[in-house]
Design a protein around this ligand. Structure first.
Ligand code: AMP
Length: 282
C-alpha cells in the first residue's frame, strides 16, 4: 500500500491509473477504522481494479462546540489495518493543504440538509459536501462508497453528485453492527463500558419500532412514543431527535403507509450517536 499525503501526487496517481484503463474505487473516512469502514473498503477492492481510502478528520464539518478536538485518532493502527485489506492507496492529506489560508469556497445542498442532523449540527453538511467534493476531485474515482449508517449524508452526497453533474457513481452499503446491535462508529471508542451498554438502546429502540409496525401499528406518534420510552429507560441518555420520515426528502410522516426512515440521534454522556432503520408497511 502506498501512502500519499500530497494532493498533487494523489492526482498524478489517479491520472496514471485511469490512463492505464483501470477503475478506481474510493472510500472517504475520518479514520479509527472499524468493520463498518472495512465493509466499504472490501466492496471497493472486490469491484474495482484499484482502491484509494482517505483518512482526514475534516474540521469544517464540526461546529466550535463539537468534538473535533476529541475525535478519536489512530493513524498507526489504521495503516496496519489497511495494509491487510489490499488497499492500493492511503490518502492522508494535511489540513493546511486542503484548507489553505485564504480558503473561502463551500458547496451546500439545500432542502435535504434542513432536517435531522442539519438542525442540530448547523455546519455539518456544508462541511461534508465540501470535503467530499474536494476528495472526489482529487482522487477522481469511478465509484465512491458510503455507509447507510449516515443515511442523510449519503442522500445529501447523492444529491450533490446529481445536481453538479459529477462523473462518479455513489454506492451505499448497509450498516455494520456489533453482536449486540450497536452500529459501529469511531465515536464508540469514546464510550465507557457502561455508556457502551446504554448505547445499545438505539438499535433496541429501532427494533421495537419495527416490531410495532409488524404488529400493525400505523401511527407515527405512537411509534415515536415507544422509541422515546425505550431510550429514556436507560440512564445517561439525552435524545437529540427521533425522526420518522421520508427516506429521500426527510419530511416527517404522520402515518406509516409506505417505507419510512426511522432515524435517531442520542447523546450518551458527552458522545452523540446516530442510528437508523428503514421500516415499512408489511
Ligand atoms: P466516518 O469515518 O465516520 O466519516 O465514516 C466513513 C464512511 O464509513 C462513511 O461513508 C460512513 O457512513 C461509513 N460508516 C461508518 N460507520 C459505518 C457502519 N457502522 N456501517 C457502515 N458504514 C459505516
Amino acid at each position: 500500500m502506498k501512502i500519499i499525503t500530497s494532493i498533487e501526487e494523489m492526482k498524478k496517481w489517479s491520472r496514471l491509473t485511469r490512463s492505464r484503463g483501470k477503475t478506481i474505487g474510493f472510500v472517504a473516512t475520518m479514520g479509527c477504522l472499524h468493520e463498518g469502514h472495512l465493509s466499504l473498503i472490501k466492496t471497493s477492492i472486490a469491484k474495482c481494479d484499484t482502491t484509494a481510502v482517505s483518512i482526514f478528520v475534516n474540521p469544517t464539518q464540526f461546529s466550535p462546540n463539537e468534538d473535533f478536538d476529541s475525535y478519536p485518532k489512530c493513524i498507526e493502527s489504521d495503516k496496519q489495518i489497511l495494509q491487510t485489506t489490499g488497499t492500493d492507496i492511503l490518502f492522508n492529506p494535511n489540513q493546511k493543504d486542503l484548507y489553505p489560508e485564504k480558503f473561502q469556497t463551500f458547496v451546500t445542498v439545500e432542502d435535504k440538509t434542513n432536517y435531522l442532523c442539519g438542525t442540530s449540527r448547523p455546519r455539518f453538511f456544508r462541511g461534508v459536501t465540501t470535503i467530499v467534493l474536494k476528495l472526489i476531485n482529487i482522487t477522481d474515482p469511478h465509484i465512491a462508497y458510503f455507509g447507510e449508517k449516515d443515511w442523510q449524508q449519503l442522500e445529501v452526497i447523492r444529491t450533490m453528485v446529481h445536481d453538479l453533474n459529477m462523473d462518479v457513481s455513489i454506492v451505499g452499503k448497509p450498516i455494520v453492527r456489533d453482536k449486540d446491535g450497536l452500529a459501529m462508529s469511531s465515536r464508540n471508542c469514546n464510550l465507557s463500558k457502561s455508556e457502551k451498554n446504554s448505547a445499545r438502546v438505539l438499535s433496541q429502540a429501532l427494533e421495537s419500532a419495527q416490531a410495532l409496525v409488524i404488529q400493525g401499528e400505523r401511527s407515527v406518534e405512537n411509534i415515536r412514543t415507544e422509541i422515546r420510552k425505550t431510550i429514556e429507560q436507560k440512564q445517561g441518555t439525552k435524545i437529540d431527535y427521533i425522526s420518522v420520515c421520508d427516506p429521500e426528502s426527510f419530511t416527517e410522516q404522520t402515518e406509516i403507509n409506505s417505507k419510512v426512515l426511522v432515524a435517531l440521534a442520542v447523546r450518551i454522556g458527552s458522545t452523540r450517536l446516530i442510528d437508523n432503520r428503514i421500516i415499512g408497511k408489511i
